[in-house]
Write a protein that binds this ligand. Structure first.
Ligand code: 6PG
Length: 248
């Protein structure tokens, strides 16, 4: 598949990256809302987007009531666990904005990882049937090994049929080893993918993602190539420092 060149924005600091990312997320969603009654955003887990969610919660230039919130992955823990992605977003974004629960489509974490993944797949299909799954924006983080969402190197997702949009993850190399993740087949519906990566710990993964010919199995973020969408990398100096070819 011919890769479109991604846009790469480099901020001096993580704070600057999150400030610019918030502006771009809101700007893009507003643009999409000019053409449709609702938009959907797939949220990332991990710690990087915390400051982004906190900043988004202060932005009033968009009607947040017209936004549906989904998740790219979830740890297999109760929603009130300190390790839960939905708890992170509840605290930083949904709570401050008083987002109605009916607009939040969290990944279930019971009764089993497989049943939860199947249930989320059904939720996505139902939303699609209702014309309420527009995949406008997908937010992704990046692990030092090039994983994104809970798509880890050389893991089962690689063999998943295109019909599988959500799957259980066992023995993940990142703590909370049991997870549920959307697959590239789902994430690649995105009209805009925003990858957030800051800090020198991500530099090797950012460079490999943008400048190597690593396979998706080796570097899962390279499986994210939305055929009808655009990739936007929001990075800071530290995570971009190993880039050589990509910068203009
Ligand atoms: C998760 C995330 C995961 C995360 C990266 C980066 O649930 O852990 O979905 O993909 O985005 O591991 O994590 P940090 O932002 O904490 O570095």
């Amino acid at each position: 598949m011919l890769r479109k060149l991604p846009e790469i924005w480099i901020g001096e600091t993580p704070e600057e990256v999150m400030q610019e990312s918030a502006k771009r997320v809101v700007g893009y969603l507003k643009k999409r809302l000019a053409h449709r009654p609702r938009v959907s955003i797939v949220l990332s887990g991990g710690q990087t987007p915390r400051a982004l969610y906190e900043r988004l919660a202060t932005m009033t230039e968009i009607d947040w009531m017209r936004v549906d919130f989904l998740f790219g992955d979830e740890r297999y823990v109760p929603p009130d666990s300190p390790d839960s992605n939905v708890r992170l977003v509840q605290e930083t974004l949904f709570g401050p904005l008083q987002i109605p629960p009916a607009h939040v489509f969290a990944i279930p974490t019971s009764p089993s990882p497989e049943a939860a993944a199947e249930q989320y797949q059904q939720t996505l299909h139902q939303l699609a049937l209702q014309g309420r799954l527009s995949w406008d924006l997908v937010l992704l983080g990046l692990g030092p090994d090039g994983h994104t969402a809970s798509l880890f190197p050389h893991a089962d997702w690689i063999h998943a049929p295109k019909s599988v949009w959500s799957m259980a993850v066992h023995n993940a190399p990142k703590p909370l080893s049991t997870r549920i993740t959307l697959t590239p087949a789902a994430l690649n519906h995105a009209r805009l993918v925003v990858v957030l990566a800051t800090g020198k710990g991500k530099a090797a993964a950012v460079c490999a993602a943008l400048e190597s010919d690593a396979t998706p199995a080796e570097l899962p973020v390279r499986a994210i190539v939305p055929p009808n969408g655009q990739m936007m990398w929001m990075v800071d100096r530290a995570s971009a420092f190993a880039l050589t070819k990509t910068l203009g």
